[in-house]
Design a protein around this ligand. Sequence first.
Ligand SMILES: *Cc1c(COP(=O)(O)O)cnc(C)c1O
Length: 224
Amino acid sequence: MMTLQENKTKIFNQVAQATIEAGRPQNSVTVVAVTKYVDSEVARALVDIGVTHIGENRVDKFLDKYQALKDYDLTWHLIGTLQRRKVKDVINYVDYFHALDSVKLAAEIQKRAEHPVKCFLQVNISGEESKHGFSPEEVEDALAQMADFDKVELVGLMTMAPIAATEKEIADIFSKTNLLRQQLADKKMKYMPFSELSMGMSGDYKIAIQNGSTFVRIGTSFFK
Ligand SMILES: *Cc1c(COP(=O)(O)O)cnc(C)c1O
């Protein structure tokens, strides 16, 4: 059992190292610390050692952490599936929403948000049935339907690799996601900068950084 400080140092060093090895600019990858495994006091301990990006995958736990830590200057990430009926409870505390997976959900965000919310469109590149997200073929039509949503700022794409995938398969999924992001960014649509990629968790963040990820979502490695 290592301390939080040791884990944090190791993760940030490895992310920096992977960024350099990928030939990318320093600090071009943001570490989102996923606190879903721990309570608010452990999350506070992370903040006290310098973590500033906090991620939660469920609305109730997001709100718990937000309430406990709202006096700190943090960036808040909702990384998991969001039901439409819960949008109004949470969306105005969210800086980045990583799991936009339907046009209907985008319409609800448009209706409830008081500020533009930075959103990642979730794509399901592997075609795995259990995964949420748009297939690459659906993306263009969906974007056309979201074109006038000024509260839904589409900063880029988010994806997850299947649990059983090999390193080669994971790299393939991440590189395809980056290619798709680039194609969409080239269209230069309103409210859709598409400059970011949310890819990579504890087990695969190095592969994600090699393939252009700008936000890695790391939980387990902080708390083991
Ligand atoms: C839990 C979770 C993570 C973090 O996964 P670890 O393997 O614990 O690093 C990342 N993204 C999402 C959407 C999650 O739910």
